[in-house]
Design a protein around this ligand. Sequence first.
Ligand SMILES: Nc1ncnc2c1ncn2[C@@H]1O[C@H](COP(=O)(O)OP(=O)(O)O)[C@@H](O)[C@H]1O
Ligand SMILES: N[C@@H](CCC(=O)OP(=O)(O)O)C(=O)O
Length: 258
Amino acid sequence: MDKLGKKRILLKIGSNVLTKETNHISRGKIEDIACQIAELKDDYEFVIVTSGAIAVAKQFVQLESNGKEINVKQALASIGQPHLMRIYQESFRELGLLASQCLLSYSDFKKEESRTNIKNTIDVLVENSYIPIINENDTVATDEIKFGDNDKLSALTAALLNVDLLIIATNTNGIYTKESIDSDTVKTIRETSDIQLLRDQIQQSVSLHGTGGMSTKIEASEIAQNAKIETWIVNGLNDNFIVNAMHNKSKFTKITVK
Ligand SMILES: Nc1ncnc2c1ncn2[C@@H]1O[C@H](COP(=O)(O)OP(=O)(O)O)[C@@H](O)[C@H]1O
Ligand SMILES: N[C@@H](CCC(=O)OP(=O)(O)O)C(=O)O
């Protein structure tokens, strides 16, 4: 909680949410996020970790390769990131919200000086009513674009900033039981602190634009849990998904602190 008594939320938005599972970034989804932040801004302050740079670049670039090589992904991210930020800036400005950009890499979290600088910069931004919009610095990233993804980055940032809640917005109603996926009648695990139970439910699928699937979200929730932060995995495809989760009007997975 900050000096004004506001709770701080780290909101991670996956590529599939931002594209609404199409091949184009959805301005409507970013507007939906902006509307909710505007509605909640008297009680909550937001820090956003967003994916979508690679997905947005694919709108502008005709690829000769299949786009899976790491250098091609890095180049796509570099093309897409300014477009992504422009859409955030424009949509947020419409509602009087101020947005800023921070590009972070995993190695930054290992250096004490960088950790302090990240924390101090974000604190200054938030104190001045700017919403930090973070993405991984894909140009310098190596394994991360291939193996990890923004789920872990969001948890490391949540822990560093000591936020009150981590919300991971993806394209499912949270984590489903394996049994229910196998029988085609998905059932959400509503609340647990048992990370191993969640790991046992994972299917090896990743969605259209996704990178790490559900396993990196569970890893993220474990990092958050160790930092005494609760994680909610919610369906960001639905309108008003943050507010609805807060009022228990949607099905999502709450990973509580032990
Ligand atoms: N037990 C599970 N419950 C829900 N989704 C699962 C489960 N196991 C694997 N998944 C997969 O994880 C995907 C979400 O992760 P990902 O594709 O990386 O999305 P994002 O872009 O939001 O990070 C789902 O679309 C689904 O295919
Ligand atoms: N930095 C990359 C992130 C890719 C990524 O982590 O995607 P996701 O699994 O949708 O969170 C991008 O902006 O495209």
